[in-house]
Ligand binder design. Structure first.
Ligand SMILES: [Zn+2]
Length: 58
C-alpha cells in the first residue's frame, strides 16, 4: 500500500459519520450534528447560536 493510499484510508475513516453533541443555552435543547465548529452551529429548536458542546455519548 502506498503512503497516499494509507493517508486516504485514515482520513476517510476519521471523517466518516463523525458527530458532535451540543446543548442550546437558550432553550436547553440537546442535539447532535456533524458540524465540529461551534461557531457554525445553531439550535434546531429556536435557531439560537448560543450553544455549548456537550461531552459524552454522541
Ligand atoms: Zn434553542
Amino acid at each position: 500500500m502506498t503512503l497516499v493510499q494509507r493517508l486516504k484510508a485514515v482520513l476517510g475513516r476519521g471523517t466518516e459519520s463523525r458527530s458532535y453533541a451540543y446543548q442550546c443555552l437558550i432553550c436547553n435543547e440537546e442535539f447532535v450534528t456533524d458540524e465540529s465548529h461551534m461557531a457554525r452551529v445553531s439550535c434546531p429548536g429556536c435557531g439560537a447560536s448560543d450553544v455549548r458542546s456537550v461531552a459524552g455519548e454522541a
